[in-house]
Design a protein around this ligand. Structure first.
Ligand code: 5RP
Length: 221
């Protein structure tokens, strides 16, 4: 699986051209991409990255990828990010690492969005994994009840025996909805709940998917 992630990640580097502003996603697959990008920068590639999490920011700085921010650029040329699940319509379920809000801000604002995954992430329908939903700390209990009324079995995310807190200072609720047959519709209903910051459903965003399969990659568009 790790080799497949690395293959997909490294294949995505070919789409990054000199002068581009690059959205850097989050997660172990993206980490492979950021490390490779660091090597390319050392060889002379001139790009600037916008990280979608503090973890990615730290890694990018460590491997020498120059960074910028939304105050300094008008657009992102390309964003490259991982996913926890992808269905046949290229809808994504994301947020396993808890970075879904910043990831969505980066990915949705890129001219081109490429997803890099190993083959275990391909599913018929989203929802085999719980859907991560970022919510305000204030009132999270009532927000969880409202999500339950929409059919979600909700658990607050715990890490190192404490409630997980996102880079934005919020909680993550992991919500089992069973098979998500209408991802866009579910996302829209959830977004209407006051206190929901963002959901891990990403629809109508993906331009290209690079899937690591054993020792080769498959590209879907
Ligand atoms: C983090 C994410 C990641 O992209 C997703 O969890 C995939 O991670 P990995 O590449 O480690 O399998 O959405 O919020």
């Amino acid at each position: 699986m790790d080799l497949e992630k690395k293959l997909a990640a490294e294949a995505s580097i070919d789409f990054i051209k000199d002068g581009m502003v690059v959205g850097l996603g989050s997660g172990s697959t993206v980490n492979w991409m950021v490390r490779k990008l660091g090597e390319k920068v050392k060889q002379g590639l001139n790009i600037r990255g916008i990280p979608s999490s503090k973890k990615t920011e730290r890694l990018a700085l460590e491997v020498g990828v120059p960074l910028t921010d939304f105050a300094s650029v008008d657009c992102i040329d390309i964003a490259i990010d991982g996913a926890d699940e992808i269905d046949g319509n290229l809808n994504l379920l994301k947020g396993g690492g808890g970075s879904l809000v910043r990831e969505k801000v980066v990915d949705v604002n890129a001219d081109q969005f490429i997803v890099i995954i190993d083959q275990s992430k391909v599913v018929e329908e989203l929802g085999e994994l719980p859907l991560p939903i970022e919510v305000l700390q204030f009132g999270w209990e009532i927000i969880a009840k409202k999500i339950a009324e929409l059919g979600g079995e909700t658990v607050i995310r715990i890490k190192d025996e404490k409630r997980f807190i996102s880079d934005n200072g919020n909680y993550i609720l992991d919500c089992k909805f069973g098979k998500i047959t209408k991802p866009e519709e579910l996302h829209e209903k959830l977004k209407l709940l006051t206190g929901v910051v963002e959901t891990g459903i990403f629809t109508n965003m993906v331009d290209k998917v690079i899937i690591g399969r054993k020792d080769e990659v498959e590209v879907l568009e």
